[in-house]
Structure formats: structure tokens, C-alpha cells
Design a protein around this ligand. Sequence first.
Ligand code: DGP
Length: 113
Amino acid sequence: MSDCIFCKIAKGEVPSELLLEKENLVAFRDLNPQAPTHILVIPKKHIVSLDQAEAEDRDLLGDLLLAVQEMAQRENLEMGYRVVLNIGTHGGQTVPHLHFHLLGGRSLQWPPG
Ligand code: DGP
């Protein structure tokens, strides 16, 4: 989508600290980190949120989760980490392009606010 900031990051039209690029996804550091490691893993395909994902996105969703795992291993998060998927207004989603947050490097509280 032409006016989507994450589409622009995925295409390299907006700079980011890009950590991983595959055929169908990219991973980059969050602009506003909430933990020592805060990485976003996004599909190149514009999907607004998990709510808009379809059966044809099954493989893509699996690839995104495996990319999160790969990034966690690269970041040496052996003590554990959290994967967050915010959906819609009540879910706290601010960027309407599906993205997994990978948070780690400190002990994280539960429940979230
Ligand atoms: P969410 O609230 O789940 O929609 O998370 C959106 C995240 O995206 C938030 O943690 C900040 C991050 N973010 C927003 N704009 C940019 C950007 O232009 N570059 C990067 N690297 N991160 C961004």
C-alpha cells in the first residue's frame, strides 16, 4: 500500500535498521524500543492485521514466526523473550500493517497494561 510506512520500510523507501530480509518478510529494529531487544518482523505483503489474514497467508504467518525465532537466536535471548501481536484499537495497534514485536533482554512483566 503506497502510504503505509511499513510497506515503505519493506521496500527500502524509508530507512530502518534492517536486520533480516527474506523473499516475503523483513525484520528491523523498533524506532521506540521498549526493551533492550525490540525488533519488528513484518510481511512484505500489506496485511492490515491478523484479523485480515486469510487462509492463503498460512505459510507466510508460519514464516513470520520462524523469523521471530531466528532473530531471538541471533540476539542471544536464551533467557526468554516475548512475541506480541497488537490488533486494532483495543489491542494497541498503531501501525495498520501486520507486525510481530520481539521483545527481550530484560525480565518482562505480566499482565501487560
Ligand atoms: P503497534 O503499536 O503494535 O502498532 O506498534 C508499532 C511499532 O512500530 C511501535 O513500537 C513503533 C514502531 N514504529 C512506528 N513507526 C516506525 C518507523 O518508521 N520505523 C521503525 N523502525 N519503527 C516504527
